[in-house]
Design a protein around this ligand. Sequence first.
Ligand code: PMP
Ligand code: GLN
Length: 376
Amino acid sequence: MTPAKRLAGLGTTIFTEMTALAARTGAINLGQGFPDTDGPAAVIEAAVGALRSGENQYAPLPGVPALREAVLEHQRSWYGLEPEDVLITFGATEGIASALLGLCDPGDEVVVLEPYYDSYAACIAFAGAQRRPVTLRPPGFEVRPEDLAAALGPRARVLLLNSPHNPTGRVLTGEELELLAAACREHDLICVTDEVYEHLVYDGEHIPMATLPGMSERTLTISSVGKSFSFTGWKIGWCSGPAELVAAARMVKQYLTFAGGTPLQHASAAALRLPATDLRAVADELRGKRDQLCAGLEAAGLEPLVPAGTYFVNADVRQDAVQFCAALPERCGVVAIPTSVFYDDKEAAAGLVRFAFCKRPEVIAEAARRLANLRL
Ligand code: PMP
Ligand code: GLN
């Protein structure tokens, strides 16, 4: 079987399919997670300025210096971290791919929270590695010590972490992170941590894995401009951490895309330099949208599992969620995603549906009205 055919079996086409379905049927798209408004105008102006001032050729391989400095400053001022090095990537997606390809040997095992973002399974497969899931189960989606212990074999090499977590909306607690950190220290694992939703937290706080004892020296932290600043189409991301881990990712990235998005890298530096209050305002606005959609789901007879972070809420539809989502656009003009596509163990979330709430309040209100018409 060709790699393309094997990848097709990993469910990686769900976002494309669902967004195409929404376009075809005119349904409201609460499937693929992207905002329906632009990020800050000042950042757009910075992009226009960069385009007009000749910033249109290859960036240096590690990234535009102004953005690399802005990432270091962000890690320092928000979390007190002092990463040795930083690499700018084509979205967090390329950071994840570069890290896994640069750090895993064929046959190595990658311990990963399940459900997981779709590119993880594909990138682990590209590296010839194996995934060892630690399953988070509804309704609480907690990390259970016994599941973690069962996933840790002698070939374990990387812990691939994601908090705030897509698709569950969990923000892992200090205790859960310490459990995972202890496993990394004990089994000498590298931690690759995907923190793209770091600023979309509504209850509790985001604790970067690299801030835990003994972790900064073994953790590669990945984030991007997409979620924090509502520019998902820009695909400007970064990874930071120990020089050796960043160098491994850089070596791979050099041959994936080399360097790109020069004007958007400059604008992303401007985004990261916005006052912290702007980022808090984004979270405050999204908290309101979360509450609005959760109330709408509840009124429609669905049971929302209220998320502490990200822009996704899962709801229990008390029936087969794959069939439910396939019929939803026709039945009521809404697109959503069956959460089981993010699981290896399809039964673990068979009745759950993931809805994105990063939409204008009037769009959420209309979606809620349509769902209520289902009379579930
Ligand atoms: N990780 C997670 C958990 C995500 O939800 C996304 C969203 N697409 C990404 C990574 C990719 O980020 P980017 O758009 O910066 O590549
Ligand atoms: N992160 C978004 C989601 O989980 C979009 C992912 C994508 O389009 N690849 O819905």
